[in-house]
Design a protein around this ligand. Sequence first.
Ligand code: ATP
Ligand code: MG
Length: 272
Amino acid sequence: LESFKNIEPIGEGGFGNVFKATGKLDERTYAVKRVEFANNVKREVKELARLDHENIVRYYFSWKGCDRVPSPDSGQKSDEVLCLFIQMELCEQGTLENWIEKNRKDRKYHEMAQNKFLQILKGVEYIHSKELIHRDLKPQNIFISHEDKIKIGDFGLVTSVTSGTRSQERGTELYMAPEQVGDTYGKEVDIYALGLTWFEILSACSRHERSKIWRDVREGKFPDSFTNQFPIEVPIIKKMLSRDPSGRCSASQILDFFKSVDKDNSFKTHTQ
Ligand code: ATP
Ligand code: MG
């Protein structure tokens, strides 16, 4: 409260409340995420702080402080509890989920969508190159900046590839790889979530439509209309959704694929 003005809530998820706030000194507007303090929440800032990539939300600073937080069940404010505050880049255009909803009827939607997915891949390739697993990739955790650039956010479940502990904390079940319920898995869980995200971007279906077909989609079974519309992408998305994690391709391999099809331009023409 001392350092910021114009504080407004902009979002909440499973654990955090996110505010938009302008620095009193620098006059810049940031996103500030507040999570109840626990040992494992330090990981989010520790890992986010060492990432530096144009498709990852930029981290600025973090601090501890006491605040009253709404209870997830009743929404009623608690007594003051110790919280961790994370100051980061504000992504003015909100989540990818909203972006899909807003743009799905646009004539150039598929061209824009392909470009967005490419940026997501670059961000994920970078995260994996740092030996990290995001574990909670989904359109609600991928943001868009005011310059229309993809920024992967919500590192609340990030973990290192070498870290021994896997169970307890979990990603969103809808996007969670089948093996993620267990305690041995790796980067491939992110590829599975990306496969679903790619399907969601391309199909641009509403939440309601999605819920009807999601169980099949998770098994790589797509509606015929989708398979007919995206004959080039479907085999890769299916591979990304392989039940066996070793059957999934890496983010770098998918990027190489994009480059190769871009060369003969068939991909571009197809998606326009
Ligand atoms: P966790 O999964 O750790 O519980 P969460 O889901 O509670 O996290 P986030 O996903 O980080 O928290 O943020 C919740 C919502 O706040 C997002 O869905 C989004 O609407 C908004 N938000 C978060 N970070 C930003 C940002 N940098 N810029 C703009 N909006 C943001
Ligand atoms: Mg989230």
